[in-house]
Write a protein that binds this ligand. Structure first.
Ligand code: C2O
Ligand code: CU
Length: 499
């Protein structure tokens, strides 16, 4: 275990990843930002400095470490108005936390307004020195991380609900219809070697259909959880999700298209659009000649099973949970606002964590309007999310936890034995014939207010979120946040925050 010190400087800059120049938010000068790499057991100190200057993309910020549990360090979760006041321009905030119990593929992004869509995002990889799958691959480094995102030619506030992105960027590069033939991302492989590819969907809107011409994959990780090896040839990855898969460079030396088709709007793949290049060492420095192959074996979530499985928490059958919650989401088709059990999420003016620490422990004290659900400690929670009133898929992310998906979208089967464990799940929608009712279980072993929300950033902005205030009485203040909070929270001195 080691202490890793990193600095992230957030600022505005013009970028042209697809040849179209626009202003954006960059991290240490680039978007996506630099990869944060650490080993399981390390302690991370990440000093975030806000130098943002363009008001239309917001000058304040906060950074969330998506998928890291923040066990005992809820205050480091980086969720504006849930765990902290935003960092204001000109100030810094030190995020300091352990990654003791986790390894896998994660990412970081702004958790303030729509900022991540304007560029504030990057990959995190936590390597496991004792990875049980080490024998399955030869290479696992920064070159095998593949990020996917949707890119727009206007700032996020100006993207309409029905607007499509200009294109998909792979590792921060891409093209758009009618645009210049800018350089695409190239992943170089050596024939005969096996690669652990870490795929991250950092998009703001679409789920993405990912494949590589002439190559199969073996999935071994979902959202930071080791899975039993699952052979597939196509992966649908929802916003916020991650997968690791083994790619064997077992085809003739050549160039092959890496394809990332947006799943939720019509845009046909044409050579070079929504794509990157897999290049074998020895192949010419050219673009692939088009060679698809029939995709017959897509990833299906119910086929994913955990590598180490102790069963679903709670007695392994319906009714075995201690607390059951139904969360009915409704989209108002006129206002486009989302109601969660009748409530539109709006950020409170005092972050929920500060309210908890100043003695508000009941849901009604915390948020009379019903945004906050208190959860008792050490209980099994079963959460179902019916979708009668939704007509599009929504990827839901829970902070502070991973959960068992006992019922997946597109499925009516309940698996209480060995379902996938993850932190971001597609809740599906109402097809007009059937409607999904995704059901998850988790144990309240991590005190603090944790966000649960749709990861499509415009949906979060329009109210598709709640906060779980888990074990309010047991919520601890992380060390050394007082001065930061005093600095950033206007009302801090009027709150009576005690340990
Ligand atoms: Cu990836 Cu609440 O976020
Ligand atoms: Cu949504």
């Amino acid at each position: 275990a080691a202490v890793k010190n990193t600095g992230l400087v957030v600022s505005n800059a013009y970028v042209a990843p697809d040849g179209f120049n626009r202003s954006a938010i960059v991290v240490n000068g680039t978007t996506p930002g630099p990869i944060i790499a650490a080993n399981k057991g390390d302690h991370l100190n990440i000093n975030v400095t806000d130098l943002l200057s363009i008001e239309s993309m917001n000058k304040s910020t906060s950074i969330h470490w998506h998928g890291l549990f923040q066990h005992h360090t809820n205050a480091m979760d980086g969720t504006a108005f849930v765990t902290q006041c935003p960092i204001v321009s000109g100030k810094s905030f030190l995020y300091s936390f352990d990654v003791d119990k986790q390894a896998g593929t994660f990412w970081y992004h702004s958790h303030f307004n729509l900022q991540y869509c304007d560029g504030l995002r990057g990959p995190i990889v936590i390597y496991d020195p004792n990875d049980p799958y080490k024998y399955m691959y030869d290479v696992d480094d920064a070159s095998t991380v593949i990020t996917l995102l949707d890119w727009y030619h206007v700032i996020a506030y100006d993207v309409g609900a029905a607007d499509n992105p200009a294109g998909i960027l792979i590792n921060g590069l891409g093209r758009y219809p009618g645009g210049p033939n800018v350089t695409l991302s190239v992943t170089t492989v050596e024939q005969g070697k096996r690669y652990r590819i870490r795929l991250i969907n950092m998009a703001c809107k679409p789920h993405i259909l990912f494949s590589i011409d002439q190559h199969n994959f073996t999935v071994i990780e979902a959202d930071g959880q080791a899975m039993l090896p699952l052979p597939v040839d196509e992966i649908t990855i929802y916003v916020g999700q991650r997968y690791s898969f083994i790619l064997e460079a077992n085809q003739p030396v050549d160039n092959y298209w890496i394809r990332a088709m947006p799943g939720s709007y019509a845009s046909n793949f044409t050579d070079g659009l929504n794509s990157a290049i897999l290049r074998y060492v020895g192949a010419p420095d050219t673009e692939p000649s088009n060679k698809t192959w029939p995709l017959t074996n897509p990833l299906v979530e119910t086929n994913l099973h955990p590598y180490s499985n102790s069963g679903v928490p709670g007695l392994p059958y319906p009714g075995g949970a201690d607390v059951s919650i139904d969360l009915v989401s409704i989209m108002d088709n006129t206002t486009l606002l989302f109601y969660m059990n009748g409530v539109i999420y709006r950020p409170p003016s005092t972050p929920v964590l500060l309210q908890v620490l100043s003695g508000a422990v009941s849901a009604s004290q915390l948020a009379p309007q019903g945004l906050v659900y208190t959860l008792p400690p050490n209980q099994v929670i079963e959460l179902s999310i019916p979708t009668e009133y939704l007509t599009n898929p929504h990827p839901f992310h829970l902070h502070g936890h991973a959960f068992h998906v006992v019922r997946s979208a597109n499925s009516t089967v309940y698996n209480y034995v060995n379902p996938v464990i993850r932190d971001t799940v597609n809740i599906g929608f109402n097809t007009g014939v059937t409607s999904d009712n995704v059901t998850i279980r988790f144990v309240t072993d991590n005190a603090g207010p944790w966000f649960l929300h749709c990861h499509i950033d415009w949906h979060l902005q329009r109210g598709m979120a709640i906060v779980f205030a888990e074990n309010p009485n047991g919520t601890a203040k992380a060390d050394a946040v007082d001065s930061a909070w005093e600095d950033l929270c206007p009302t801090y001195n009027s709150l009576s925050i005690t340990e």
